[in-house]
Design a protein around this ligand. Structure first.
Ligand code: NAD
Length: 482
């Protein structure tokens, strides 16, 4: 459907070896605005020859980039951050059109992406090694850090700017080259990030951006000996599959996989304040966030007040096109997510859960699902065991500390966990006892560029951001001089 929006959206293509590659004769897939279901662009898929060119470019780009001193690498990353900020409104709008996320959130995401580049610009200068005490005179025992090599990175659609920024930032900050495969749902955001890096002076080949059938691209790239590291954000089954491919070539991996975050709400809190915070966090990006709070465990003394307050606020959320500033929640990314959420809610309803708010698809066109709150959800419901990745809150009550910790930790997920309490001692205990890579106590803010972001258990391994994010793209070498 040729509309004015389609014309103003973006030129889509590939970015390989410093060149912008148009569709030409390549196979294309449509890009859809999830708020309107309009086709807004045609995305070219990389051919095998394109992927091979990207691999050769990544090898050459790596040799060139690792020879650039960290100070100069940092200058380029900082310039890219400035360009992102200068184009903030245009890029945020693009990200909203293709992801459905409301524009207030894509603006924040853009600012965070610029901050990530600045963080890695600085942190790259601190890839310190160490000198060990001698064992005999005239010798030197040195430990140095080197970039691991070309990185293949796979970024999903839920943070169309932030996910690419994290993956590119860590690789480039450490001196690695990177082939990025962003999500086919949100290509223009990733291309806008690449454009800023190119214009900031990134040498050709250090970054390539390719699209296609995800499994075909990952199979091809991971089979190449040129790729030394894989960074993936997405679902646990795909993460496990990519780890098997990575094992063939003994490649390093960073796996940021799904979560099913528990939220423990004790009876010593200001209930209204905590409900406000919980509702805000739950419906951010329509719940399509890996650290989204999903299982709410509320002390029995405040349970009914919490449930009614939560439901009341959920029902009042204006849902619609993210470009309209008055809307507080946008659509889901595609029809498949809508079907998945519908199934999970129906299953929970059949298992005995009580629907307190929402529970159905909203008007179409657009992949809108109502902000949904279910209470009294039995553990047998799929919703209590599978990552929902949508605007659905499961709320249950608890009576004692040990049993709620056991409930919170009962799943194989371990990405984020949250607790709200007025007790300093309980705050320490939950921090220690919740099995998660990130724990928010009296807050849902668990991600800044200087903090490690990553999970434990089946939620993955390795961290993005923080000094750990840089370390994940470095290898250790010991040099003994006699
Ligand atoms: P999906 O599994 O088809 O895709 C999820 C992401 O993985 C996409 O970006 C896709 O391009 C990529 N992917 C899939 N197969 C791949 C492969 N073989 N090689 C490389 N990349 C591959 O599912 P979907 O319907 O788009 O998203 C739903 C599920 O994905 C959710 O249930 C959630 O668990 C997961 N997800 C997680 C995150 C996260 O931040 N951890 C983000 C997006 C999606």
């Amino acid at each position: 459907m040729a509309t004015q929006l389609a014309q103003t959206y973006a030129d889509l293509g590939l970015f390989i070896a410093g060149e912008w590659v148009p569709a030409g004769e390549r196979r294309c897939s449509p890009v859809v605005n999830p708020a309107t279901e309009e086709i807004i662009g045609q995305l070219p898929h990389a051919t095998t020859a394109d992927l091979d060119r990207a691999l050769v470019a990544a090898e050459r780009g790596f040799r060139a980039w690792r020879a650039v001193f960290p100070d100069q690498r940092g200058r380029i990353l900082k310039r890219a951050a400035e360009l992102l900020r200068a184009r903030a409104e245009e890029i945020a709008r693009t990200a909203t059109i293709e992801s459905g996320k409301r524009i207030a959130e894509t603006r924040i995401e853009l600012a965070a992406s610029a901050n990530i580049f600045e963080w890695y610009a600085e942190e790259g200068r601190r890839a310190y090694g160490r000198v060990l005490p001698q064992r005999s005179p005239g010798t030197r025992l040195a430990v140095i850090k080197e970039p691991v090599g070309p990185v293949a990175a796979f970024a999903p659609w839920n943070f169309p700017l932030g996910n690419p920024a994290r993956k590119i930032g860590s690789a480039l900050g450490a001196g690695c080259s990177c082939i990025l495969k962003p999500a086919e749902e949100t290509p223009a955001s990733a291309l806008a990030v690449a454009r800023c890096l190119e214009e900031a002076g990134l040498p050709p080949g250090v970054l390539s951006v390719v699209f296609g059938v995800p499994a075909e691209i990952s199979t091809h790239l991971l089979a190449s000996p040129i790729i030394r590291k894989i960074s993936f954000t997405g679902s646990i089954p795909v993460g496990k599959h990519l780890m098997k491919l990575a094992a063939e070539g003994m490649k390093r991996t960073t796996m940021e996989l799904g979560g099913h975050a528990p939220v423990l709400v004790f009876d010593d809190v200001d209930v209204d304040q905590v409900v406000d915070a919980c509702v805000g966090a739950k419906y951010r990006n329509a719940g399509q966030v890996c650290v989204s709070p999903t299982r709410f465990y509320v002390h029995e003394k405040i349970y009914s007040r919490f449930v009614s307050g939560f439901a009341e606020r959920a029902k009042a959320i204006p849902v619609g096109d993210g470009l309209d500033e008055k809307n507080q929640m946008g659509p889901l990314i595609h029809e498949r997510r809508l079907a998945a959420i519908t199934e999970l809610v129906e299953d929970a309803r059949k298992a005995g859960a009580r629907v307190q708010a929402g529970g159905a698809r909203l008007r179409s066109p657009g992949y809108f699902y109502a902000p949904t709150a279910l209470s009294d959800v039995p553990n047998t419901a799929r919703l209590m065991n599978e990552e929902p990745f949508g605007p659905v809150a499961a709320i249950n009550s608890f009576s004692d500390f040990d049993s709620v910790i056991q409930q919170a930790n009962r799943l194989p997920y371990g990405l984020a966990a949250f607790a709200f309490t007025g007790s300093a001692r309980r705050a320490k205990l939950v921090g220690e006892q919740l099995e998660a890579g990130m724990v928010g106590v009296n807050t849902f803010a668990i991600s800044v560029p200087e903090s490690p972001f990553g999970g434990v258990k089946e939620s993955g391994h390795g961290s993005e951001e923080g000094i750990e994010g840089l370390e994940a793209c470095l290898v250790t070498k010991f040099i003994s001089e006699a």
